[in-house]
Design a binder for this molecule. Structure first.
Ligand SMILES: C[S@@+](CC[C@H](N)C(=O)[O-])C[C@H]1O[C@@H](n2cnc3c(N)ncnc32)[C@H](O)[C@@H]1O
Length: 497
Protein backbone atom coordinates (compact mmCIF):
# COMPACT_ATOMS: atom_id res chain seq x y z
CA UNK A 1 0.00 0.00 0.00
CA UNK A 2 1.27 3.44 -0.80
CA UNK A 3 -0.19 6.84 -1.17
CA UNK A 4 -1.64 7.46 -4.57
CA UNK A 5 0.41 9.09 -7.27
CA UNK A 6 -0.55 10.84 -9.38
CA UNK A 7 -3.35 12.41 -7.37
CA UNK A 8 -6.70 11.11 -8.58
CA UNK A 9 -7.94 14.70 -8.81
CA UNK A 10 -8.37 16.15 -12.24
CA UNK A 11 -5.69 18.74 -12.91
CA UNK A 12 -6.15 21.94 -11.05
CA UNK A 13 -6.89 24.70 -13.47
CA UNK A 14 -3.82 26.90 -13.73
CA UNK A 15 -4.40 30.47 -12.74
CA UNK A 16 -2.56 33.58 -13.55
CA UNK A 17 -2.53 34.65 -9.97
CA UNK A 18 0.18 36.73 -8.44
CA UNK A 19 -0.04 35.95 -4.76
CA UNK A 20 2.21 38.64 -3.42
CA UNK A 21 2.04 39.87 0.12
CA UNK A 22 1.14 43.46 -0.09
CA UNK A 23 0.33 46.50 1.88
CA UNK A 24 -0.90 49.15 -0.46
CA UNK A 25 -1.61 52.78 0.02
CA UNK A 26 -4.92 54.36 -0.81
CA UNK A 27 -3.46 55.89 -3.96
CA UNK A 28 -2.21 52.62 -5.39
CA UNK A 29 -5.43 50.95 -4.40
CA UNK A 30 -7.44 53.48 -6.38
CA UNK A 31 -5.23 52.85 -9.39
CA UNK A 32 -5.66 49.14 -8.94
CA UNK A 33 -9.43 49.44 -8.66
CA UNK A 34 -9.61 51.12 -12.01
CA UNK A 35 -7.90 48.09 -13.48
CA UNK A 36 -10.21 45.56 -11.97
CA UNK A 37 -13.82 45.80 -10.95
CA UNK A 38 -14.64 42.13 -11.08
CA UNK A 39 -17.05 40.52 -8.71
CA UNK A 40 -15.26 39.15 -5.71
CA UNK A 41 -15.38 35.36 -5.74
CA UNK A 42 -15.79 35.40 -1.99
CA UNK A 43 -19.14 37.03 -1.69
CA UNK A 44 -22.50 35.34 -2.03
CA UNK A 45 -25.24 37.87 -1.49
CA UNK A 46 -22.93 40.77 -0.79
CA UNK A 47 -20.64 42.07 -3.44
CA UNK A 48 -17.65 43.77 -1.97
CA UNK A 49 -17.01 47.20 -3.27
CA UNK A 50 -13.46 48.37 -2.92
CA UNK A 51 -13.88 51.69 -1.26
CA UNK A 52 -10.65 52.58 0.44
CA UNK A 53 -10.54 55.67 2.50
CA UNK A 54 -7.52 56.47 4.57
CA UNK A 55 -8.82 56.01 8.06
CA UNK A 56 -8.03 58.45 10.80
CA UNK A 57 -6.11 56.80 13.59
CA UNK A 58 -8.54 55.53 16.16
CA UNK A 59 -8.45 58.12 18.95
CA UNK A 60 -7.76 55.44 21.52
CA UNK A 61 -5.17 53.61 19.49
CA UNK A 62 -3.03 56.70 19.12
CA UNK A 63 -1.37 55.66 22.30
CA UNK A 64 -0.68 52.14 21.14
CA UNK A 65 2.51 51.09 22.83
CA UNK A 66 3.13 54.68 23.64
CA UNK A 67 2.83 55.72 20.03
CA UNK A 68 1.90 59.23 19.24
CA UNK A 69 -0.36 60.05 16.29
CA UNK A 70 2.64 60.83 14.10
CA UNK A 71 4.06 57.37 14.71
CA UNK A 72 0.91 55.83 13.34
CA UNK A 73 0.42 55.44 9.65
CA UNK A 74 -3.00 54.98 8.27
CA UNK A 75 -2.80 52.34 5.59
CA UNK A 76 -5.19 50.41 3.48
CA UNK A 77 -4.60 46.76 3.02
CA UNK A 78 -6.08 45.29 -0.04
CA UNK A 79 -7.80 42.05 0.80
CA UNK A 80 -9.09 40.78 -2.45
CA UNK A 81 -9.38 42.41 -5.80
CA UNK A 82 -12.25 44.53 -4.70
CA UNK A 83 -12.14 44.73 -0.96
CA UNK A 84 -10.38 47.24 1.16
CA UNK A 85 -9.47 47.11 4.78
CA UNK A 86 -8.40 50.21 6.64
CA UNK A 87 -6.38 50.01 9.76
CA UNK A 88 -4.03 51.88 11.94
CA UNK A 89 -0.66 50.36 12.36
CA UNK A 90 2.59 51.77 13.64
CA UNK A 91 4.99 52.99 10.99
CA UNK A 92 7.64 50.45 9.95
CA UNK A 93 10.34 52.57 11.63
CA UNK A 94 8.47 52.66 14.92
CA UNK A 95 7.71 48.94 14.72
CA UNK A 96 11.39 48.23 14.32
CA UNK A 97 12.20 50.30 17.40
CA UNK A 98 9.53 48.57 19.39
CA UNK A 99 10.48 45.05 18.49
CA UNK A 100 14.23 45.13 18.04
CA UNK A 101 15.89 42.29 19.86
CA UNK A 102 12.62 40.88 21.15
CA UNK A 103 11.66 37.33 20.35
CA UNK A 104 8.46 37.51 22.38
CA UNK A 105 5.44 38.10 20.17
CA UNK A 106 4.28 41.68 20.43
CA UNK A 107 0.57 42.28 20.21
CA UNK A 108 -1.28 45.42 19.38
CA UNK A 109 -4.86 46.52 19.23
CA UNK A 110 -6.21 46.96 15.71
CA UNK A 111 -9.49 48.39 14.63
CA UNK A 112 -10.16 46.82 11.24
CA UNK A 113 -12.88 48.21 9.10
CA UNK A 114 -14.36 46.77 5.96
CA UNK A 115 -16.43 48.78 3.55
CA UNK A 116 -18.86 46.76 1.54
CA UNK A 117 -21.83 47.55 -0.58
CA UNK A 118 -24.94 45.54 -1.17
CA UNK A 119 -25.40 43.76 -4.46
CA UNK A 120 -24.79 46.50 -6.98
CA UNK A 121 -25.49 44.25 -9.93
CA UNK A 122 -29.20 44.35 -9.22
CA UNK A 123 -29.65 47.70 -7.60
CA UNK A 124 -28.60 51.07 -8.88
CA UNK A 125 -28.46 52.47 -5.38
CA UNK A 126 -25.46 51.12 -3.60
CA UNK A 127 -25.81 50.91 0.11
CA UNK A 128 -22.43 51.01 1.69
CA UNK A 129 -21.97 49.19 4.92
CA UNK A 130 -18.96 49.41 7.11
CA UNK A 131 -18.18 46.51 9.33
CA UNK A 132 -15.68 46.85 12.11
CA UNK A 133 -13.64 44.20 13.81
CA UNK A 134 -11.86 44.65 17.13
CA UNK A 135 -8.66 42.64 16.98
CA UNK A 136 -5.57 41.96 18.98
CA UNK A 137 -2.95 40.87 16.53
CA UNK A 138 0.72 40.14 16.52
CA UNK A 139 2.45 43.26 15.21
CA UNK A 140 3.98 41.54 12.23
CA UNK A 141 0.84 39.79 11.14
CA UNK A 142 0.12 39.61 7.44
CA UNK A 143 -3.56 40.19 7.16
CA UNK A 144 -3.99 39.34 3.57
CA UNK A 145 -2.41 38.37 0.36
CA UNK A 146 -2.99 40.34 -2.72
CA UNK A 147 -5.02 38.14 -4.97
CA UNK A 148 -4.20 38.59 -8.59
CA UNK A 149 -6.78 38.61 -11.29
CA UNK A 150 -8.52 35.34 -11.67
CA UNK A 151 -7.65 33.71 -14.94
CA UNK A 152 -10.31 33.56 -17.60
CA UNK A 153 -8.36 31.04 -19.69
CA UNK A 154 -7.19 27.50 -19.29
CA UNK A 155 -4.63 27.06 -22.05
CA UNK A 156 -4.03 23.38 -21.36
CA UNK A 157 -7.62 22.54 -22.20
CA UNK A 158 -8.18 25.41 -24.60
CA UNK A 159 -11.05 26.84 -22.58
CA UNK A 160 -11.83 30.53 -22.15
CA UNK A 161 -14.57 32.15 -20.11
CA UNK A 162 -16.88 34.65 -21.70
CA UNK A 163 -17.86 37.84 -19.89
CA UNK A 164 -21.18 36.43 -18.77
CA UNK A 165 -19.61 33.28 -17.37
CA UNK A 166 -17.06 35.32 -15.46
CA UNK A 167 -19.91 37.20 -13.84
CA UNK A 168 -21.90 34.13 -12.71
CA UNK A 169 -24.90 34.85 -10.54
CA UNK A 170 -23.85 35.37 -6.96
CA UNK A 171 -25.31 32.68 -4.76
CA UNK A 172 -27.76 33.59 -2.09
CA UNK A 173 -29.62 31.02 -0.04
CA UNK A 174 -32.18 32.17 2.49
CA UNK A 175 -31.26 31.16 6.02
CA UNK A 176 -32.73 32.08 9.36
CA UNK A 177 -32.05 31.59 13.02
CA UNK A 178 -34.77 29.83 14.96
CA UNK A 179 -35.23 28.59 18.49
CA UNK A 180 -35.76 24.92 19.21
CA UNK A 181 -37.75 23.39 22.07
CA UNK A 182 -34.86 23.81 24.50
CA UNK A 183 -34.76 27.53 23.77
CA UNK A 184 -31.51 27.12 21.85
CA UNK A 185 -31.02 29.05 18.64
CA UNK A 186 -29.91 27.29 15.51
CA UNK A 187 -29.43 28.16 11.84
CA UNK A 188 -32.13 26.87 9.51
CA UNK A 189 -32.26 26.68 5.70
CA UNK A 190 -35.23 28.51 4.21
CA UNK A 191 -34.66 27.06 0.79
CA UNK A 192 -32.99 24.08 -0.87
CA UNK A 193 -29.19 24.34 -0.79
CA UNK A 194 -27.32 22.03 -3.16
CA UNK A 195 -24.23 20.05 -2.17
CA UNK A 196 -21.29 22.42 -2.35
CA UNK A 197 -23.51 25.51 -2.16
CA UNK A 198 -22.04 28.51 -0.38
CA UNK A 199 -24.43 29.38 2.43
CA UNK A 200 -22.75 32.33 4.00
CA UNK A 201 -19.61 34.43 3.82
CA UNK A 202 -18.79 36.70 6.71
CA UNK A 203 -16.01 38.59 8.39
CA UNK A 204 -15.13 38.32 12.06
CA UNK A 205 -16.11 40.98 14.56
CA UNK A 206 -13.48 40.07 17.18
CA UNK A 207 -10.11 38.38 16.69
CA UNK A 208 -7.64 37.46 19.43
CA UNK A 209 -4.60 35.18 19.70
CA UNK A 210 -5.54 31.70 20.93
CA UNK A 211 -3.23 31.75 23.91
CA UNK A 212 -3.92 35.28 24.84
CA UNK A 213 -1.76 36.26 27.75
CA UNK A 214 -1.80 39.90 26.88
CA UNK A 215 -2.00 42.77 29.26
CA UNK A 216 -4.59 45.22 27.95
CA UNK A 217 -2.23 48.13 28.45
CA UNK A 218 0.38 46.75 26.09
CA UNK A 219 -2.03 46.51 23.23
CA UNK A 220 -2.98 50.13 23.35
CA UNK A 221 -6.20 50.04 25.30
CA UNK A 222 -6.50 52.88 27.75
CA UNK A 223 -5.83 52.66 31.46
CA UNK A 224 -9.39 52.09 32.56
CA UNK A 225 -9.80 49.37 29.98
CA UNK A 226 -6.55 47.67 30.90
CA UNK A 227 -7.91 47.20 34.41
CA UNK A 228 -10.99 45.48 33.18
CA UNK A 229 -11.27 42.20 31.39
CA UNK A 230 -9.61 42.38 28.03
CA UNK A 231 -12.70 40.91 26.39
CA UNK A 232 -14.84 43.63 27.94
CA UNK A 233 -12.49 46.17 26.44
CA UNK A 234 -12.72 44.57 23.01
CA UNK A 235 -16.49 44.28 23.17
CA UNK A 236 -16.75 47.94 24.14
CA UNK A 237 -14.93 48.87 20.93
CA UNK A 238 -17.60 47.34 18.71
CA UNK A 239 -20.30 49.38 17.01
CA UNK A 240 -23.35 49.47 19.25
CA UNK A 241 -25.55 47.33 16.98
CA UNK A 242 -22.87 44.68 16.59
CA UNK A 243 -22.15 44.74 20.32
CA UNK A 244 -25.83 44.15 20.98
CA UNK A 245 -25.84 41.17 18.65
CA UNK A 246 -22.66 39.74 20.16
CA UNK A 247 -24.02 40.12 23.67
CA UNK A 248 -27.13 38.18 22.60
CA UNK A 249 -25.02 35.14 21.69
CA UNK A 250 -24.84 32.07 23.84
CA UNK A 251 -22.51 31.77 26.83
CA UNK A 252 -22.37 28.06 27.57
CA UNK A 253 -20.53 28.57 30.83
CA UNK A 254 -23.20 30.61 32.54
CA UNK A 255 -26.84 30.96 33.34
CA UNK A 256 -28.65 33.45 31.08
CA UNK A 257 -28.42 36.13 33.80
CA UNK A 258 -24.70 35.81 34.33
CA UNK A 259 -23.22 36.03 30.86
CA UNK A 260 -19.64 37.18 30.55
CA UNK A 261 -17.94 38.56 27.49
CA UNK A 262 -15.18 35.98 27.93
CA UNK A 263 -17.81 33.22 28.13
CA UNK A 264 -19.58 34.42 25.01
CA UNK A 265 -16.31 34.63 23.13
CA UNK A 266 -15.15 31.16 24.18
CA UNK A 267 -18.50 29.56 23.36
CA UNK A 268 -18.66 30.94 19.84
CA UNK A 269 -15.19 31.77 18.53
CA UNK A 270 -13.71 29.60 15.80
CA UNK A 271 -10.06 28.64 15.35
CA UNK A 272 -8.40 30.46 12.49
CA UNK A 273 -4.80 30.82 11.40
CA UNK A 274 -3.06 34.02 10.45
CA UNK A 275 0.41 34.51 9.08
CA UNK A 276 3.21 36.37 10.76
CA UNK A 277 6.24 37.66 8.93
CA UNK A 278 9.05 36.75 11.27
CA UNK A 279 12.33 37.93 9.76
CA UNK A 280 11.11 37.22 6.23
CA UNK A 281 9.85 33.78 7.24
CA UNK A 282 6.12 33.35 7.24
CA UNK A 283 4.77 31.46 10.20
CA UNK A 284 1.23 30.45 10.98
CA UNK A 285 -0.20 31.61 14.28
CA UNK A 286 -3.37 30.41 15.93
CA UNK A 287 -6.12 32.91 16.55
CA UNK A 288 -9.74 32.80 17.60
CA UNK A 289 -12.31 34.73 15.64
CA UNK A 290 -15.93 35.49 16.43
CA UNK A 291 -18.37 35.45 13.50
CA UNK A 292 -21.86 36.70 14.25
CA UNK A 293 -23.96 34.45 12.03
CA UNK A 294 -21.88 31.28 12.05
CA UNK A 295 -22.05 31.45 15.86
CA UNK A 296 -25.67 30.34 15.62
CA UNK A 297 -24.74 27.02 14.03
CA UNK A 298 -25.21 24.11 16.37
CA UNK A 299 -22.94 21.11 16.40
CA UNK A 300 -23.57 17.76 14.75
CA UNK A 301 -21.29 14.73 14.68
CA UNK A 302 -22.38 14.36 11.05
CA UNK A 303 -22.73 18.02 10.04
CA UNK A 304 -24.29 19.12 6.75
CA UNK A 305 -22.05 22.17 6.49
CA UNK A 306 -18.41 23.12 6.96
CA UNK A 307 -16.81 26.49 7.45
CA UNK A 308 -13.42 27.59 6.22
CA UNK A 309 -11.48 30.73 6.98
CA UNK A 310 -9.74 32.33 4.04
CA UNK A 311 -6.86 34.55 5.06
CA UNK A 312 -6.65 36.36 1.76
CA UNK A 313 -10.15 37.77 2.00
CA UNK A 314 -10.34 37.65 5.80
CA UNK A 315 -13.66 35.84 5.52
CA UNK A 316 -15.21 32.64 6.73
CA UNK A 317 -17.26 30.68 4.22
CA UNK A 318 -19.97 28.26 5.27
CA UNK A 319 -20.69 25.62 2.61
CA UNK A 320 -23.12 22.71 2.32
CA UNK A 321 -21.34 19.36 2.21
CA UNK A 322 -24.52 17.59 1.15
CA UNK A 323 -27.86 18.82 -0.11
CA UNK A 324 -29.79 20.66 2.60
CA UNK A 325 -33.56 20.90 2.35
CA UNK A 326 -35.74 23.84 3.25
CA UNK A 327 -36.51 23.79 6.97
CA UNK A 328 -33.49 21.63 7.80
CA UNK A 329 -31.09 22.83 10.47
CA UNK A 330 -27.61 23.79 9.26
CA UNK A 331 -24.94 22.27 11.46
CA UNK A 332 -21.16 22.24 11.70
CA UNK A 333 -18.78 20.14 13.77
CA UNK A 334 -17.08 21.75 16.77
CA UNK A 335 -14.64 18.88 17.18
CA UNK A 336 -12.80 16.22 15.19
CA UNK A 337 -15.77 14.03 14.13
CA UNK A 338 -13.57 11.00 13.48
CA UNK A 339 -13.15 10.50 17.22
CA UNK A 340 -15.19 7.73 18.86
CA UNK A 341 -18.66 8.70 20.08
CA UNK A 342 -17.68 8.59 23.76
CA UNK A 343 -14.66 10.90 23.26
CA UNK A 344 -16.67 13.30 21.13
CA UNK A 345 -19.37 13.59 23.75
CA UNK A 346 -16.83 14.06 26.54
CA UNK A 347 -15.13 16.88 24.63
CA UNK A 348 -18.40 18.62 23.82
CA UNK A 349 -19.54 18.36 27.41
CA UNK A 350 -16.33 19.72 28.85
CA UNK A 351 -15.81 22.58 26.41
CA UNK A 352 -19.38 23.56 25.44
CA UNK A 353 -21.26 22.19 28.39
CA UNK A 354 -23.87 20.15 26.52
CA UNK A 355 -24.86 16.57 25.97
CA UNK A 356 -24.88 16.16 22.21
CA UNK A 357 -28.34 15.54 20.81
CA UNK A 358 -27.34 15.37 17.17
CA UNK A 359 -28.96 12.66 15.05
CA UNK A 360 -25.73 10.65 15.07
CA UNK A 361 -25.48 10.57 18.85
CA UNK A 362 -29.20 10.19 19.40
CA UNK A 363 -29.71 7.70 16.58
CA UNK A 364 -31.71 4.70 17.70
CA UNK A 365 -28.90 2.26 18.33
CA UNK A 366 -31.12 -0.62 17.30
CA UNK A 367 -28.62 -3.42 17.34
CA UNK A 368 -25.84 -4.32 19.71
CA UNK A 369 -22.50 -3.13 18.45
CA UNK A 370 -23.94 -0.20 16.44
CA UNK A 371 -21.80 2.34 18.28
CA UNK A 372 -18.67 0.22 17.85
CA UNK A 373 -19.48 -0.11 14.14
CA UNK A 374 -19.86 3.64 13.75
CA UNK A 375 -16.61 4.29 15.67
CA UNK A 376 -14.81 1.78 13.45
CA UNK A 377 -16.16 3.35 10.25
CA UNK A 378 -15.08 6.83 11.40
CA UNK A 379 -11.62 5.57 12.24
CA UNK A 380 -11.30 3.92 8.85
CA UNK A 381 -12.45 7.07 7.05
CA UNK A 382 -9.96 9.21 8.93
CA UNK A 383 -7.05 7.45 7.22
CA UNK A 384 -8.80 6.50 3.99
CA UNK A 385 -6.81 8.70 1.62
CA UNK A 386 -3.50 7.93 3.35
CA UNK A 387 -4.05 4.21 2.90
CA UNK A 388 -5.53 4.37 -0.58
CA UNK A 389 -3.76 2.03 -3.03
CA UNK A 390 -1.68 3.76 -5.66
CA UNK A 391 -3.80 4.83 -8.65
CA UNK A 392 -1.06 4.27 -11.25
CA UNK A 393 -0.43 0.77 -9.91
CA UNK A 394 -4.14 0.09 -10.27
CA UNK A 395 -3.92 1.33 -13.86
CA UNK A 396 -0.99 -0.92 -14.64
CA UNK A 397 -2.69 -3.96 -13.11
CA UNK A 398 -4.61 -5.58 -15.95
CA UNK A 399 -6.88 -7.38 -13.49
CA UNK A 400 -8.90 -5.94 -10.65
CA UNK A 401 -10.81 -3.57 -12.88
CA UNK A 402 -13.39 -2.65 -10.29
CA UNK A 403 -11.28 -2.70 -7.11
CA UNK A 404 -10.45 1.01 -7.01
CA UNK A 405 -14.01 1.96 -7.92
CA UNK A 406 -15.45 -0.28 -5.24
CA UNK A 407 -13.08 1.14 -2.63
CA UNK A 408 -14.31 4.66 -3.34
CA UNK A 409 -17.98 3.73 -3.57
CA UNK A 410 -17.79 1.94 -0.24
CA UNK A 411 -16.07 4.91 1.40
CA UNK A 412 -18.71 7.27 -0.03
CA UNK A 413 -21.45 5.11 1.43
CA UNK A 414 -19.74 5.11 4.80
CA UNK A 415 -19.32 8.89 4.63
CA UNK A 416 -22.99 9.36 3.81
CA UNK A 417 -24.06 7.09 6.66
CA UNK A 418 -21.80 8.81 9.18
CA UNK A 419 -22.47 12.27 7.75
CA UNK A 420 -18.78 12.89 7.09
CA UNK A 421 -18.87 14.20 3.52
CA UNK A 422 -17.00 17.31 4.64
CA UNK A 423 -14.03 15.71 6.35
CA UNK A 424 -10.98 14.12 4.85
CA UNK A 425 -8.96 13.45 7.99
CA UNK A 426 -8.71 14.96 11.45
CA UNK A 427 -7.07 18.12 10.14
CA UNK A 428 -10.20 20.14 9.73
CA UNK A 429 -13.25 20.37 7.58
CA UNK A 430 -13.18 20.68 3.84
CA UNK A 431 -15.81 20.31 1.22
CA UNK A 432 -13.28 18.50 -0.99
CA UNK A 433 -13.42 15.27 1.03
CA UNK A 434 -16.46 14.02 -0.86
CA UNK A 435 -15.26 15.65 -4.09
CA UNK A 436 -12.06 13.62 -3.88
CA UNK A 437 -14.07 10.42 -4.28
CA UNK A 438 -16.01 11.88 -7.19
CA UNK A 439 -12.78 12.99 -8.87
CA UNK A 440 -11.29 9.56 -8.30
CA UNK A 441 -14.30 7.87 -9.91
CA UNK A 442 -14.01 10.19 -12.91
CA UNK A 443 -10.36 9.13 -13.18
CA UNK A 444 -11.14 5.41 -12.84
CA UNK A 445 -13.97 5.33 -15.39
CA UNK A 446 -11.91 7.51 -17.72
CA UNK A 447 -8.95 5.12 -17.46
CA UNK A 448 -11.33 2.24 -18.17
CA UNK A 449 -12.73 4.15 -21.17
CA UNK A 450 -16.18 3.50 -19.72
CA UNK A 451 -18.24 6.30 -21.26
CA UNK A 452 -21.36 5.76 -19.16
CA UNK A 453 -19.59 5.63 -15.80
CA UNK A 454 -17.36 8.52 -16.80
CA UNK A 455 -20.28 10.75 -17.82
CA UNK A 456 -22.18 9.92 -14.63
CA UNK A 457 -19.35 11.09 -12.36
CA UNK A 458 -18.33 14.06 -14.50
CA UNK A 459 -21.94 15.24 -14.26
CA UNK A 460 -21.85 14.84 -10.51
CA UNK A 461 -18.52 16.72 -10.27
CA UNK A 462 -19.99 19.48 -12.43
CA UNK A 463 -23.03 19.77 -10.20
CA UNK A 464 -20.94 20.26 -7.05
CA UNK A 465 -18.43 22.59 -8.72
CA UNK A 466 -21.23 24.72 -10.08
CA UNK A 467 -22.80 24.99 -6.64
CA UNK A 468 -19.46 26.01 -5.17
CA UNK A 469 -19.66 29.23 -7.10
CA UNK A 470 -18.07 31.44 -9.71
CA UNK A 471 -14.54 30.61 -8.61
CA UNK A 472 -15.03 27.27 -10.36
CA UNK A 473 -16.31 28.58 -13.68
CA UNK A 474 -13.20 27.41 -15.55
CA UNK A 475 -13.26 24.01 -13.92
CA UNK A 476 -16.92 23.64 -14.93
CA UNK A 477 -16.04 24.49 -18.52
CA UNK A 478 -13.34 21.83 -18.59
CA UNK A 479 -15.86 19.30 -17.25
CA UNK A 480 -18.28 20.41 -19.99
CA UNK A 481 -15.58 19.73 -22.53
CA UNK A 482 -15.09 16.22 -21.19
CA UNK A 483 -18.83 15.60 -21.22
CA UNK A 484 -18.89 16.54 -24.88
CA UNK A 485 -15.76 14.65 -25.81
CA UNK A 486 -14.84 12.05 -23.19
CA UNK A 487 -11.88 10.92 -25.29
CA UNK A 488 -10.25 14.26 -24.63
CA UNK A 489 -9.97 13.29 -20.97
CA UNK A 490 -6.27 13.27 -20.23
CA UNK A 491 -6.00 9.65 -18.99
CA UNK A 492 -8.68 8.22 -21.27
CA UNK A 493 -8.26 4.44 -21.65
CA UNK A 494 -4.99 4.24 -19.71
CA UNK A 495 -5.99 1.00 -18.04
CA UNK A 496 -6.79 -0.48 -21.42
CA UNK A 497 -3.36 0.23 -22.91
C1 LIG B 1 -21.93 28.20 19.36
S1 LIG B 1 -23.39 28.00 20.27
C2 LIG B 1 -24.52 27.52 19.02
C3 LIG B 1 -25.76 28.37 18.99
C4 LIG B 1 -26.60 28.29 20.22
N1 LIG B 1 -27.49 27.15 20.19
C5 LIG B 1 -27.41 29.56 20.47
O1 LIG B 1 -28.51 29.46 21.00
O2 LIG B 1 -26.90 30.63 20.14
C6 LIG B 1 -23.00 26.53 21.14
C7 LIG B 1 -24.08 26.10 22.12
O3 LIG B 1 -25.23 25.58 21.43
C8 LIG B 1 -25.73 24.41 22.08
N2 LIG B 1 -25.55 23.25 21.19
C9 LIG B 1 -24.83 23.24 20.05
N3 LIG B 1 -24.89 22.05 19.46
C10 LIG B 1 -25.66 21.26 20.23
C11 LIG B 1 -26.07 19.89 20.17
N4 LIG B 1 -25.70 19.09 19.16
N5 LIG B 1 -26.84 19.38 21.16
C12 LIG B 1 -27.22 20.18 22.19
N6 LIG B 1 -26.86 21.47 22.31
C13 LIG B 1 -26.09 22.02 21.35
C14 LIG B 1 -24.93 24.26 23.34
O4 LIG B 1 -25.60 24.93 24.37
C15 LIG B 1 -23.62 24.97 23.01
O5 LIG B 1 -22.96 25.43 24.15
Amino acid sequence: MSTSSPSPSPPTIPRRTKPAISIVTSASLKKDRRRSNRVSPFQPSVIVNGIATASKPHPKSQNTNGLSGSDCQSQSIKLSESTALDLNIPSPKRRKELHSGSSVPQYEYYSLSFTESSNAAESSTRKNRTQRCAAILESDVTLCKLIGEQSDRDDEHGVTLTGREQGHTPYSYAIDTARNLDGEFGMVAQTFIPQGGVILVERPVIVVPTDMEVDASVVGLDEAESQSDLYEALFSRLDSQVRKEVLALKDCSASPNALTTRGIFNTNALDVRLEVNNRQKFQERKYKALFLKTSRCNHSCGPNAVWRFDRSSFTSTLSAVRAIHSGEEITISYINPFLPRHTRRTQLQSKWNFVCHCTHCDAPWTFPGAIAQSDKARNELSTFFKKLPDWEQWCLDKNNEQSMIETHLRAMQMREKEGLEGFQDGNGPEIVAYMKHIDALVMCYGALADVQGFMKWVRKAREVKLAQGPDNALHVKVLDLWLKEPRKFYVWGWKRL
